[in-house]
Ligand binder design. Sequence first.
Ligand code: ASP
Ligand code: MG
Length: 417
Amino acid sequence: MKQTLVMKFGGTSVADIDRIRKAAEKIKQECGNSLNIAVVVSAMSGVTNQLVDYVDNANNMYDTAEYDAVVSTGEMVTAGLLTLCLHRLGCKARSLMGYDLPLKTTNAHANARITAVNTDMIQECFDNNKIVVIPGFQGTSDVDNRITTLGRGGSDTSAVAIAIALNAIRCDIYTDVNGVYTTDPRIVQKARKIPIIAYEEMLEYASLGAKVLQTRSVELAMAYQMPVQVLSSLDKFIGSQKPGTIVCNEDTNMEQQLVTGVAYSKDEAKISILNLDDTPGVSAKIFGPLADAGINVDMIVQNISSDGKTNLTFTTPKRDLDRAIHVLDKNKEIIQFAGIKTDSEVVKISIIGVGMRSHTGVAAKMFRILADKNINIQVITTSEIKVSVLIASDYTELAVRSLHTGFGLDDNNKIVL
Ligand code: ASP
Ligand code: MG
């Protein structure tokens, strides 16, 4: 039986007809490897934003089902165009829309979740040696069959779901970066491409703002153990194709690095509540109303109390800062505090690695590296595979670079001019 490969092309990889032609060439080449190929495509770059703008302008109090009717079209255009380019190369191919399959989703328009993928039509195409080209990001509601979309960035999730349904050997995601890096190459020139990364690590990167894959697609791949490869479609393909980053299970994670990468997020703001009573229930009085207002709280520290009074510090995304203060002020009588101090000139720096689970001393080493650079740590949080610190944003580059070097992540073969 032939094996199946899913290839997904993101917006920049299908930005114009020239790029779409190049994608078709890559597909043709893989086909030559006697594989069944299902291709999943995004809208041409910028198109979804444009469609969303149209919707907003037409009626900013829009009905989400109609929003989906409009914004789902970008992917359909690409699917048709790519199929046409494949025909020109002499490949047998056809497009299959979400409603053709059908790919079923919940009824949550604009943010639907996939519930089932029917593969009968895809299989029929494979039996006839046809490549199938499927628009990502769309499905149909399992309530009323209307078109749904999966939330921005959702075509990654379409690709992974289709790979799982087809029992594919892998899901290759072609994007504008050639893999996942140990840190942001714009800050650390010696950043390395990570050849293999565990699903859990990838989830941490995604939640820290490294927007390579939609988080939900990684969760799905992890749940079904579907290997995902991140590649650049801009790299030359034939012969010189450099493999990207494989996202897979921890057991197959070759490199025994304690720390696989350093991530940072500038989207943090710090709030300190001063002179609180150190009595049972205080935290509930603070975080209850914040949660009710839909405000995300990330890092939290409470100081040791003196004279029954304490300070409590936490972080929220920058965009939630004003609302958080408003909520706290409104509840001042109930919470009882002397004042609030805020600081949005902060950055969260994290080191990530599944190796931390079984090793001690990683956090201590991180703190030592930062101390040696005289960088003050304001807040600390840890999970099993991550340590995060909040520091003044002026020190972002110094901290990221020092940690990258300190944990042995620098690519010393790279010549830095
Ligand atoms: N075109 C959609 C978006 O821009 C889906 C995707 O490309 O993943 O969000
Ligand atoms: Mg994307």
